[in-house]
Write a protein that binds this ligand. Structure first.
Ligand code: 4AD
Length: 477
């Protein structure tokens, strides 16, 4: 007999005399109805036990969370709520679950509680749906790039350079932390460290991806990135996954077109292929919304929001236009913003980004041409000498989801920029080489994968869309 999944069995509309299934017990009602789940679908299969046929001692072990193996007959269901069910002929408990201590009881648990039990939380409907969607989104991303002629490039995780120049990096060292070797100036002598230099976990694979774009043409990375910023918000992780395409001979307009098409395509993929999980999350959010005051309720449900993104153009707005809108908007004038926008050059905070997307434009927005001094060193300087060819994509409910730019391809200007920011040329000699040998216009962007998963699932805390979140003071599991 072939072992099947719950998903396969639930889609059968014929009687099957012999089926064989393994999974975890969600509930066991009236000593008769087992709701069994194996992760293949949100839904459980009902397994009907004739208790007279089974040893009482075995049935006692059929508790929530236990792993069991069932053989039986797939029949049309007598009850409501499912088309088919299994009449159980054989039942073996593979792994017991102590009902006194098993944390995932069949009742509503808070997300905080489930975070503390992240090793078991995918046994709930919400987290299994979120993680199946996470998996589908990563597949959709690889599919999009593969279908569009991109090569997948694995950027290094340990690096000697700070791609974003923000200095928020985790050190990688094998030196004895209690007694590190010191140089003549009394500083740690990294020449004696494992790599013979100071190294960190990468904050972005972009610089390395640029080297591949300048030979393979169209590439992307999809890997873990690390930031030691102490931001304890619902949108920041210390370890997150980033997708970074990089394309030779493409300018900022091409970059915006690519990003928009890509975002629409991956969201469209889950709308088409993950309907069951999306509908479950949609209902969950609608129920949650009903408990909120009218003013805080969402204007659109989750599925409408996803459809809206796939069907409407993203609004493209320059930073300068955005500042004009923000300077003159009500919350700014009435000092409702925490950071008041007074002049051109201000860095936009999440409250401003969300105002633009959620209140003003009411659609995804691509902001471009930011002031040079609030953006990274590698972005291409515009003719005005004060703005750079940067772009950020802002999404409703999320804020910034993508950050990217046309890269500075002119050697002299790049060197000037690095000098002004005290970035040593020796550290990035190989990056400068790209501008010496066959330089060309090129662009790319970075999508924060967890922010995409948040948007697609409607989850409001980034800790709930990654299996084991790493945040300040938290690296459990
Ligand atoms: O805007 P960022 O810092 O851009 C870069 O790292 C560029 N090198 C990307 C590129 O051009 N190739 O980060 C890109 C995206 C952000 O828009 C956000 O979605 C996500 O990465 N991100 C985070 N996600 C979770 N936790 C954090 N701490 C994040 N920091 C950035």
């Amino acid at each position: 007999m072939q072992l099947r999944t719950v998903s396969q069995l639930l889609s059968e509309d014929v009687k099957l005399p012999e089926v064989d299934i393994k999974g975890w017990v969600r509930t066991f009602r009236a000593n008769r109805f087992i709701a069994l789940n194996d992760g293949s679908t949100l839904n459980n299969i009902q397994c009907v036990v004739d208790f007279e046929k089974f040893d009482e001692a075995v049935l006692k072990r059929v508790t929530t969370g236990a792993a069991i193996h069932i053989k039986g007959e797939l029949v049309e269901s007598q009850g409501k709520g499912q088309n088919v069910e299994i009449q159980v002929n054989s039942l073996v408990v593979l792994g017991d679950s102590d009902p006194e201590t098993y944390p995932i009881q069949p009742k509503k648990h808070s997300f905080e509680f489930l975070r503390e039990n992240a090793h078991l939380r995918t046994r709930t409907n919400t987290f299994s749906a979120v993680m199946r969607l996470r998996s589908a989104l990563s597949f959709a991303i690889h599919k999009y790039f593969n279908d569009n002629g991109f090569y997948y490039m694995h950027a290094p995780i340990i690096t000697g350079s700070d791609a974003e120049g923000a200095g928020e990096m985790f050190k990688v060292s094998s030196l004895d932390a209690k007694n590190p070797p010191l140089n003549e100036e009394g500083n740690i002598d990294y020449s004696q460290d494992f790599f013979g230099k100071e190294t960190n976990l990468t904050v972005s694979g972009q610089l390395e991806a640029e080297t591949y774009a300048m030979s393979l043409g169209k590439v992307y990375t999809f890997g873990p990135t690390f930031r030691a910023e102490n931001s304890n918000t619902s949108r920041h992780l210390a370890e997150f996954w980033m997708i970074e395409p990089e394309v030779a001979f493409m300018d900022l307009n091409g970059n915006m077109d690519l990003a928009e098409d890509f975002m629409k395509s991956v969201i469209g993929y889950v709308l088409e292929n993950n309907r069951e999980d999306l509908e479950f999350l949609n209902t969950r959010l609608q129920n949650e919304d009903k408990t909120k005051p009218q003013a805080e309720r969402s204007e659109m449900n989750l599925i409408d929001k996803l459809n809206f993104v796939t069907q409407n153009n993203f609004k493209r707005v320059s930073y300068t236009e955005a500042i004009d809108i923000l300077r003159n908007c009500k919350p700014n004038k009435k000092k409702k913003f925490k950071y008041i926008i007074n002049e051109w050059g201000a860095d936009l905070q999440s409250e401003h980004e969300r105002f633009l997307v959620e209140k003003h434009f009411k659609c995804p927005v691509i902001l471009f041409d930011y002031p040079a001094n609030i953006k990274a060193f590698y972005m291409r300087l515009n003719e005005d000498g004060k703005t750079v060819r940067a772009m950020d994509i802002l999404f409703p409910g999320i804020g910034e989801i993508v950050g990217g730019a046309q890269r500075e391809e002119r050697l002299d200007i790049l060197k000037e920029k690095m000098a002004a920011l005290d970035i040593p040329e020796e550290e990035l000699w190989w990056y400068l080489d790209l501008r010496k040998y066959g330089t060309a216009v090129h662009s790319g962007f970075g999508l924060g994968f967890e922010r995409l998963v948040m948007f697609a699932t409607g989850m409001s805390n980034i800790r709930d869309v990654i299996p084991f979140p790493r945040t300040p003071q938290n690296a459990e599991f």
